[in-house]
Design a protein around this ligand. Structure first.
Ligand code: ADP
Length: 191
């Protein structure tokens, strides 16, 4: 059983890799971005609230995000392991997650950081915008999201490194190549 996080800038391929890793490991993928987008699509109160932030490339407030994740981690399927994708993104979310896991009597096994340089990220996100038409994939909003990542989320990597949980993987290359790299790195940690 594995309980893990995947951390990386917008466009690093977190979501794509999360789907592949969780399938391979037989654990549940929990993407806060996907849960928000699902709620936006269905016009739920959570979606209406979250949309104001998402479209501008801002973080949804911690209070909203934390309680959503707490609900999700309380569900039964998570007991066999999970991969959180896109959470935590702030120091406050790290603290909230620590508290949630301690209440559940469990802890993280590994934190996977997916790296990629900014030029490649912007290129990928603009490419995705043409295909998926996400409102937050315009050039200005992309730059804002990358800036927020650098300021708020990148520093979280140090916290997990100090805890001895960090595994870094280069996110550049073919999708399946990156998946193979990740699975090999996770395998090496287990031993
Ligand atoms: P990306 O990694 O490309 O930014 P995501 O799907 O992970 O894409 O997130 C999309 C948007 O959803 C974010 O820009 C933010 O507005 C919101 N979001 C997702 N996760 C969080 C989080 N943990 N805290 C606050 N906002 C979040």
């Amino acid at each position: 059983m594995t309980r893990m996080l995947i951390i990386g800038p917008p466009g690093s391929g977190k979501g794509t890799q999360a789907a592949r890793i969780t399938e391979s490991l037989g654990i549940v993928a929990i993407s806060t971005g996907d849960i928000f987008r699902h709620n936006v699509k269905n016009g739920t109160p959570l979606g209406v609230e979250a949309k104001k932030y998402i479209d501008n490339g801002d973080f949804v407030p911690d209070s909203v995000t934390n309680s959503m994740v707490e609900d999700r981690l309380g569900q039964e399927d998570v007991a066999h392991g999970f991969l959180l994708d896109g959470y935590p993104r702030t120091r406050g979310q790290v603290d909230a997650l620590d508290a949630m896991l301690s209440t559940l009597g469990t802890e993280l096994d590994v934190v996977l950081q997916l790296t990629a340089d900014d030029a490649e990220l912007v290129k990928r996100l603009l490419g995705r915008a043409e295909i998926e038409g996400r409102a937050d994939d315009t050039e200005d909003v992309i730059k804002h999201r990358l800036g927020l990542y650098a300021k708020e989320t990148q520093p979280l990597v140090d916290i997990y490194q100090k805890r001895g949980l960090l595994v870094q993987v280069d996110g550049l290359g073919e999708i399946s190549e990156v998946t193979a790299r990740i699975l090999a790195a996770l395998d090496a940690v287990k031993k």
